[in-house]
Design a protein around this ligand. Sequence first.
Ligand SMILES: [Zn+2]
Ligand SMILES: [Zn+2]
Length: 341
Amino acid sequence: MRAVTFQAPGEVRVGTVSDPVLREPTDAIVRVTLSAVCGSDLHIYNGRFPRVPPGAILGHEFLGRVEEVGSDVTRVSPGMRVVASFFSWCGTCAACLAGQMSQCQHLETFGFGQLAGAQAERVRVPRADTTLVPVPDALADEAAVMAGDILSTAFFAAERAGIRPGDTVAVVGAGPVGLLAIQCAALYSPVAILALDRVDERLRLAASFGARPVPADADATAAVRSYTAGKGASAVIEAVGSRESLNLAIALAAPFGTVSAAGVFAERDLPVDMARLFNRDLTLRSGLGNVPAVIGRVMALTVAGRLQPQRIVSHRMPLDEAEEAYRRFDRREALKILLMP
Ligand SMILES: [Zn+2]
Ligand SMILES: [Zn+2]
């Protein structure tokens, strides 16, 4: 089958690899109908995840149809339209039983060198009964493909920000996660959402989702202060994953505010303005998205029109053009790219 593999920093390749096969009776094989390129794929592309070996099949955001199931699979069957969270989970360990699936003792991620990824024609899904989620008929493909990672991640970012009706929210970074975080933050009825980014086009899109655009330049902190009568934003969502953006998010927060870090942090040692967190009674929250806990809710909100993830799709490209897709995304010439096998 055709698949996208990581080769070396700055190099991915579309090539022919062997088809996945059922290895365990709890496995399923899914024929991928749509996959997406995620910001964390760019971390791999840029060599920031050195544990991903050359040759690994990339991709962890996908939609497909079940093609084949192992003898112990009971909840999904061939032909079903399904998504999965970006990781496979067991459903029986202490963490899973406590509802903390993102801390599953047997967690395996797709497309990060553990499980083969889904930017391919087919993908093997272990523990298919827990990992695969049937997609409602009313949910469009281009929205459904985002439920397993980016949309759920944005949903958690907003939930962790502790937004109350009437709050002013700031979102640092209006890339794919930030734009969806704006949609999710709006679910909590804030009085305003300020969107910070350096790219005009992203700010325009943020504005079309109801946010107030703020150029992320040297005056950004002053702009947020002046908009909030000097206080700062009571909830700040950081959607970049860098030292600079995290400390900007901390600087924007009002006393007793919450900073919710949604970016994927590849750095282990990252200086944080701890004095400011302490002196202003701030709460800093982060974490993996516990996607299986909310995937049904984000799909329901999308079917109801309350979330519109498909609006961030900027490119639809054949899987065979994935090398160009990665280059464009890396140059920030694309917002959200979908790949069609
Ligand atoms: Zn992702
Ligand atoms: Zn588990």
